[in-house]
Design a protein around this ligand. Structure first.
Ligand SMILES: Nc1ncnc2c1ncn2[C@@H]1O[C@H](COP(=O)(O)OP(=O)(O)OP(=O)(O)O)[C@@H](O)[C@H]1O
Ligand SMILES: N[C@@H](CCO)C(=O)O
Length: 327
């Protein structure tokens, strides 16, 4: 579920009237998503032909001071032809508004569906789309520090406490103990940097056939290593959901798609195995934290950190082989 706040029909009508998008016709809560409340909004449209939008209410985890970075990034990328939703500005030109103390934004609706099991063709297009947004963001002037880098993973584990982590699984605690110190020590310092999505999971990509029609959910976007973004996408796309099975065909296609738009330098290629272990550790850290701090009866689905422990093990065993044909 992801509609945490009830908005009355009157409130929604008044809100939509602040935008030049016609009159409100319907508003349906969207079940997917965890962090924010989302509604699919239908209006009569500017010219009476009907229009659809996504209304997002920022509920938690997002620091409102950082919203201009996320929303300006969407506008920047959309203006450069990337398949990302532009934000709809209100009549005063604001990209977001305050509604009863919470920020809300109206966002362009993009067609397409999320895919659980990508084909190699789709994985190629996802890799290419990732490189496309990185290149298009080259002249984006805003920056945002990544607040989920190796020391932040360690802090999250410290907050959880190793006892609670071992309570989820002894194997989880063992993997953290075995890999975190080396990641902290060996994390690169001087790879090419830019604006990255940092969470390009299948549920954040919409496709129509083999075409990527939408990249959404930029709320982890930040300024960090471009190759780390590819490593994150690799962890998310190239395994079975529980991480038990590595899919080399999907991996090769994703990497080739990325390389079709942006060439990784030698240092980036050499760093991929380490960056991927780090990416796996980043999701182990946030999932462990959420697992321990989300009550079992909460409506939000908890994501299992063990799915990423299995990925970490694959990366450890495969080394550079996981990144063939780039390595
Ligand atoms: N611009 C868009 N066009 C079409 N559908 C969208 C758009 N933005 C969001 N959606 C739909 O709304 C759902 C939830 O959006 P989103 O993933 O951004 O929510 P969230 O709560 O921020 O996510 P998360 O689960 O990553 O915290 C998506 O799965 C998608 O179905
Ligand atoms: N995509 C993440 C959630 C956002 O950090 C996960 O699956 O753990």
């Amino acid at each position: 579920m992801a509609v945490y706040t009830h908005l009355s029909a009157e409130t929604l009508e008044e809100l939509i009237a602040e935008y030049d998008v016609g009159k409100l016709v319907s508003a349906k809560g969207i079940a997917e998503g965890i962090s924010n409340s989302n509604w699919l909004i239908e209006t009569t449209g500017k010219d009476g032909e009907g229009a659809r939008f996504i209304l997002t209410m920022y509920e938690y985890r997002i620091d409102i001071e950082q919203l201009p970075f996320f929303l300006n990034l969407l506008d920047h990328l959309a203006a450069r032809g990337c398949p990302v939703p532009a934000t709809i500005h209100d009549r005063q030109g604001n990209a977001y508004r305050d509604l009863d103390g919470k920020a809300v934004a109206l966002i362009e609706f993009l067609q397409g569906v999320s895919i659980g099991h990508p084909t190699a063709e789709q994985a190629f297009e996802v890799g290419a789309a990732l490189a496309q947004i990185q290149l298009a963001a080259d002249d984006f002037t805003m920056t945002r520090t990544n607040d989920l880098r190796p020391p932040d993973w360690r802090d999250l584990f410290d907050k959880c406490g190793m006892e609670a982590i071992a309570g989820i699984s002894e194997k989880l605690a063992d993997s953290i103990g075995a890999h975190l110190p080396a990641l902290l020590q060996r994390w690169p310092e001087d790879l090419p940097i830019g604006t990255i999505h940092a969470d390009l999971f299948p549920d954040n990509v919409l496709v129509l056939g083999n075409t990527v029609s939408g990249l959404i959910d930029f709320y982890f976007a930040c300024t960090d290593f471009l190759a780390y973004d590819l490593a994150v996408a690799h962890t998310a796309w190239c395994f079975s959901a529980d991480g038990s099975e590595f899919r080399p065909d999907i991996s090769a296609a994703l990497l080739k798609g990325y390389a079709s738009k942006r060439t990784l330098n030698d240092e980036e290629r050499a760093a991929l195995p380490l960056l991927a272990k780090g990416a796996a550790m980043r999701f182990i850290a946030t999932r462990s934290y959420d697992w321990i701090n989300t009550p079992a009866e909460a409506l939000v689905m908890r994501k299992n950190p063990m799915d990423y422990v299995r990925r970490l093990r694959h990366y450890d065993a495969l080394g550079a082989q996981a990144f063939a044909p780039l390595t």
